[in-house]
Design a protein around this ligand. Structure first.
Ligand SMILES: Nc1ncnc2c1ncn2[C@@H]1O[C@H](COP(=O)(O)OP(=O)(O)OP(=O)(O)O)[C@@H](O)[C@H]1O
Length: 252
C-alpha cells in the first residue's frame, strides 16, 4: 500500500537485504537509501550483486530477507501491489526490449493506454514530448530496426518516461553500445539528472558516474563495501575500491 511520501522521505530504501540463488549468496545484508532527486551509481566488479540489487528494487527478484521500500511500496512483502509499483518505477535494461512489430510511437503509447487508461490522443502527445526529451522526435513513426542501437536505447528511455515514473533504474544501459552511441545515451541520462529525476544506475562507466552521481555505492561480494560522494572514486578508503578504480575502470 502506498503512503503519501514526505519530501524528506527516501524514494528508495533497502535495509539488510538478503538474496541467494541456490547456495550462492548474492546480496548479503545490503542497505542504502536514495533521496528524492538523487542520482546513485551502483558500481563494483562483475558478479558483485549490482544488477540483482537493482532488480530487487522493482521486484523482478524476490528478496529472501530484509526490507525494501520504494515510493512507499513495501516491495519485500508478498502482497505488494506490483501494478502500482511499476507505475512509480521506470527501468531500462542493457537490451532495449522494444517491440519490433510496433512503431516507436506505438511502443511508447502502449503502457500509458493499457496500464493507465490514457486516451490515445493524449498518449500520442505524450509520446512526442518524451521523444523530444531524448532527441528523437523525427523517429515517431519508425520501427525499432530502423534505429541505431543508441537511438533504440533512447527510445526505450522515452518509453519509460511516458509512464511518468518517480524513480528511474538503469541497468548497464550502455554496455552493448560503441563509444559514440554510448555518449548520446549518457547525454540523455545526464539531462534527466539535471531535470531532477531520481535515479539508480548500475554502470561500468566510471567517468560518467563520477560526473553525475550524487552518491556512489561500491558493492563487493554482495555487500556495500564503501559508499560516499563521487569523490570516493578519486580518494577511496578501502583496498578493494582502490584496486577497482585503479584497474583502468576510472577513465576520466
Ligand atoms: N537468476 C539467477 N540465477 C542464478 N544465479 C544468478 C541469477 N542472477 C544472477 N546470478 C548470479 O548472481 C551473481 C551476481 O550477479 P549480478 O548480475 O547481480 O552481478 P553484477 O554485479 O551486476 O555483475 P555484472 O557487472 O557482470 O553484470 C553472479 O554470480 C550471477 O551469476
Amino acid at each position: 500500500m502506498q503512503q503519501n511520501l514526505s519530501s524528506t522521505e527516501p524514494i528508495v530504501s533497502l535495509h539488510n537485504v538478503q538474496k541467494s540463488f541456490g547456495p550462492l549468496r548474492v546480496l548479503d545484508g545490503v542497505s542504502f537509501t536514495v533521496a528524492r532527486g538523487e542520482v546513485l551509481a551502483l558500481i563494483g566488479r562483475s558478479g558483485s550483486g549490482k544488477s540483482t540489487a537493482l532488480r530487487c528494487i522493482d521486484r523482478f527478484e524476490k528478496v529472501d530477507g530484509g526490507e525494501i521500500v520504494v515510493c512507499g511500496h513495501r516491495v519485500d512483502r508478498p502482497d505488494v501491489d506490483l501494478r502500482a509499483l511499476r507505475q512509480d518505477v521506470g527501468i531500462v535494461f542493457q537490451s532495449y526490449n522494444l517491440f519490433p512489430h510496433l512503431t516507436i510511437e506505438q511502443n511508447i503509447t502502449l503502457a500509458p493506454c493499457a496500464v493507465k487508461g490514457m486516451a490515445a490522443s493524449q498518449a500520442k502527445d505524450l509520446a512526442r514530448k518524451v521523444l523530444a526529451q531524448v532527441g528523437l522526435e523525427e523517429k515517431l513513426h519508425a520501427y525499432p530496426e530502423q534505429l541505431s542501437g543508441g537511438q533504440q536505447q533512447r527510445a526505450a528511455i522515452a518509453r519509460s518516461l511516458a509512464m511518468q515514473p518517480k524513480v528511474m533504474l538503469f541497468d548497464e544501459v550502455t554496455s552493448a553500445l560503441d563509444p559514440e552511441l554510448t555518449a548520446e545515451v549518457l547525454k540523455v541520462i545526464e539531462q534527466l539528472a539535471a531535470d531532477g529525476m531520481t535515479m539508480v544506475m548500475v554502470t561500468h562507466e566510471m567517468g560518467f558516474a563520477k560526473g553525475i552521481a550524487d552518491r556512489i555505492v561500491f558493492m563487493h561480494r554482495g555487500k556495500v563495501h564503501e559508499t560516499g560522494p563521487a569523490s570516493i572514486l578519486t580518494s577511496p578508503t578501502t583496498p578493494e575500491l582502490t584496486q577497482f578504480v585503479g584497474t583502468g575502470n576510472l577513465k576520466s
